[in-house]
Write a protein that binds this ligand. Sequence first.
Ligand code: FAD
Ligand code: SF4
Length: 473
Amino acid sequence: MKKEPVKIKELPAQERINSFSEVVLGYSEEEALGEAGTRLQCKNPRCISGCPVGIDIKKFIYQITQRDYSSSYFTIRQKNNFPSICGRVCPAEYQCQKACVLSPRDSPFASQEAINIHFLERFVGDFGMRHFLKVGPDNDERFSKFKVAVVGSGPAGLCCAGELARSGIKVTVFESLHQPGGVLRYGIPPFRLPPEVLDFEIGYLKKLRVEIIPNTVIGKVKSIEELFKEGFWAIFLGLGAGEPSFLNIPKENSCNVYSANEFLTRINLMRAFEFPKFHTPLNIGKHILVIGGGNTAMDAARSALRLQKINGISPDVSVVYRRTELEMPARRLEIEHAKEEGVKFRFLVAPKEFKTDSKGFVEGLVCWECKLGPPDESGRKKPLPQEGSEFSLPCDMAIIAIGLKANRVLTGVSPEIKVDKYGEIIVDPQTMQTSLKGVFAGGDIVGGEGTVIEAMGMAKKASQAIKEYLLRL
Ligand code: FAD
Ligand code: SF4
């Protein structure tokens, strides 16, 4: 039986753009019971197959209806280490909710009618946080002598570290930035994922005696070989895909043209929105263009708009995207939020070249209008720039958010770890072991930009394989 979905509470658009406070406020108990209880009639749920880690969705939602939130939490935790995080950032409309029986099969993403699985997951995850529910350590004696190094502290690294530490393995995480969390810290803004949620999960890892060593670039400060010499029995690489892609068009390196990575890192990790309390300035423009159509573009556009507002500038942020809204890979919720907040969209527009003033500062973007052709290798319709359609968009700041790729800082100096033509690490898909014995990998460095839950799924698989590997030594 289908009932109206329970809408989640959100900060009003005009209020939210004045700060970086969280936008989605979550379900109350009553609302969660409403969403869970009235909509659980399906005999053959398909949603589980849509979740990359196969959470028993029907069971955890049933446990909500029984007000047994602790059991519901542990049902999710069997497969997902960070429910409060996934409940906030999972692109569920492309995953579990798309597979929901209430979503039309031919739709590219979930319909409004699908059950709000990720909001329910967030409700349960936050219950778990409030009540300090944790999957305790196994402390398996067989593992007590082992030390494992984890390189990178994004969701893959943190998930792997937690799984190993629970078994009694001594884990050290090396992170190149000064704070742990990877994209969860430096990429996704606080209005989507408050840092306190991440800090809570990291706090628990520390309780499991996971040591996190920041400011350490493995491949520069020390090599894989040196880690083995230091006594680590195995190594997990959760390096992410941290190198921004660029358009490769004229004058792209002009002043005030940023990669979204740098822009978001300055804001989220270095708190540029609290300047001068924090020391990182950002020369925020009056007319800002964001190029791209994914989550990163939405995060950059919404952050830029907030920064304009905070700095007393009348908001003017436009997203330039070469396909239509339907093809945008961003979460649907983020697109809706961006629109509500006043971000403008220019669809079917492809950048041709930047224009600059006499001092080298960007002052415009020359674009082509596009039409959509047959699907390209990504499966989406290919944008075809139209000859003679050039026009200019004025801007004094541009942010390029067209994707990320593997950085080769570590793999470039460790040729024994085989990578593919994109620089992504090649692994055995069963064990996530690389071509170098004792070195495992997972997350975006394997297979390219993915999602948080996919990164954690790979890390969990790797942690199991690492334990089996250690027991064979
Ligand atoms: P990362 O999160 O990239 O972490 C890798 C870490 O390794 C980094 O901290 C890096 O500094 C460190 N590192 C790299 N090399 C070294 C080295 N040599 N030595 C030491 N440390 C190193 N996914 C979603 O599911 N939902 C979303 O809403 C969403 N929004 C996104 C928004 C943005 C702006 C971006 C960029 C991505 C988003 N994603 C989203 C994708 C998601 O964040 C990634 O798929 C996920 O973070 C990958 O996890 P990871 O652990 O593999 O890598
Ligand atoms: Fe859905 Fe993501 Fe939760 Fe899996 S982890 S059930 S895909 S919201």
